[in-house]
Design a protein around this ligand. Structure first.
Ligand SMILES: Cc1ncc(COP(=O)(O)O)c(C=O)c1O
Length: 405
């Protein structure tokens, strides 16, 4: 079979594959715990459901404009003004089928083969393969000091004449880190000076803990909006717990948005009109579900941290946002894929190997599930890696007994 070079170079999404594994094991009645998840468990906002139900009942579900309905764009414009203090026009906005598509069409609009795309490691899994889908070259950059907080210097060292785009995911998946205002100010100014596109992926920007504020990149932009190369990505998936609705968006200068719309028009056409309606309902409706989700996640984060502390030897950076923690297990296992497999095979706990995010020796452990899953899941992990823990473990009806050499 003849397959394209790009096709051959693209791997399966590790996180989506994990969801599939979970569903299969669950269907078989296995006592599996998903600590690898990437979606909040709360219900979609009531306003999203009722607004979409209104359109559904009409039976008139047609094509949507390629770059989003007028009311969707108006809702995004208001959201951008409320949260980022910038007033944009409908031509500065495109709604897409998830933030993922907004990122992808922006990349396709910007990148030529051989262009380089810089993003911080650990990184969101898809940046790597999306870059390759454009025939461009992914350049993951680690913080030299070994933390989850890169500096401009770390980035500068990797910039070449081919660097076309820098992606900053703030707050970060998988680490839960929030980058400082100093770093965001540095990177915005640097990209302006060099004429490099800067994509700010802020899909988690309201799921932040401990009173921390996510810096607003527009505070540091000195160029006029239409000449600025800043692209802001957002969506309803995480903040409104609406992952299955597949609505995200980009805000940028109108020339770029036009090219993105042209591309999207030949890919998927406009995002589903029904799901845009739901997203409009969420954006214009009562906002308390966000705070309620944020509080639940902060509490889950605290419980997870307490549980992890009971395992000696782990290196833990407390996540400041999102619903992920990125934990260094290298004192026990250097190979994260092997550890993740052992945890699944032995005690039916799903985690994502750090290597998928560009950092070996780590596991991404999510705290978007229930407190029960978090406590039981970590107890099972402890049982596997800590030889001093109890001899026996019950998972579901099954009793496991430690093998002693
Ligand atoms: C950093 C980041 N960006 C983008 C996305 C994609 O969001 P959506 O589900 O809206 O496509 C995700 C989803 O996990 C993410 O973690």
């Amino acid at each position: 079979m003849s397959i394209s070079l790009i096709g051959k170079s693209i791997g399966e999404s590790a996180t989506l594959k994990l969801n599939e594994t979970f569903a299969i094991l669950k269907a078989k009645g296995e006592p599996v715990i998903h600590l690898g998840g990437g979606e909040p468990k709360s219900r979609a906002p009531f306003d999203a459901i009722t607004t979409a139900a209104g359109l559904l009942n009409s039976g008139e579900i047609r094509y949507a404009p390629v770059d989003g309905t007028i009311e969707m764009k108006q809702a995004i414009i208001r959201y951008t003004l409320d949260n980022y203090k910038v007033k944009v026009n409908p031509e500065n906005v495109i709604a897409s089928s998830g933030a993922k598509q907004a990122i992808m069409v922006a990349m396709q609009a910007i990148l030529n083969p051989q262009d380089e795309v810089i993003f911080m490691a650990p990184y969101y899994v898809s940046y790597f393969d999306m870059t390759k889908l454009c025939g461009a070259i992914p350049v993951p950059v680690k913080a030299e000091d070994g933390t989850f907080h890169p500096t401009l210097k770390d980035i500068e060292q990797n910039v070449t004449s081919y660097t076309k785009l820098i992606i900053i995911n703030n707050p970060n998946n998988p680490t839960g880190a929030v980058y400082s205002s100093e770093f965001i100010s540095d990177i915005v100014k640097f990209c302006e000076k060099k004429g490099i596109y800067l994509m700010m992926d802020e899909i988690y920007h309201k799921l932040v803990f401990d009173g921390i504020k996510v810096p607003n990149p527009y505070d540091y932009v000195s160029k006029d909006f239409e000449t600025s190369k800043l692209i802001l990505i957002n969506g309803v998936s995480k903040v409104y717990a609406m992952t299955g609705f597949r609505i995200g968006w980009a805000v940028a200068n109108k020339k770029l948005i036009k090219v993105m719309s042209n591309i999207q028009g030949h890919q998927t056409s406009g995002p589903s009109i029904l799901l845009q309606k739901a997203a409009v309902g969420a954006l214009n409706g009562i906002q308390s579900p966000i705070e309620s989700l944020r509080c639940t996640l902060e509490n889950n984060r605290n419980v997870l941290m307490e549980q992890l502390k009971t395992i000696d030897g782990l290196k833990i950076e407390v996540p400041q946002a999102t619903f992920y923690s990125f934990i260094d297990f290298s004192a026990y296992y250097k190979d994260s894929t092997q550890l993740s497999k052992i945890l699944l095979d032995k005690v039916r706990v799903l985690t994502v190997p750090g290597i998928e995010f560009g950092a070996e020796g780590f596991l991404r452990i999510s705290f978007c599930g229930s407190i029960k899953d978090i406590t039981e899941g970590i107890a099972r992990i402890k049982w596997v890696i800590d030889p001093e823990s109890a001899n026996e473990l019950f998972i579901g009806q099954r009793k496991l007994v430690r093998e002693r050499n």
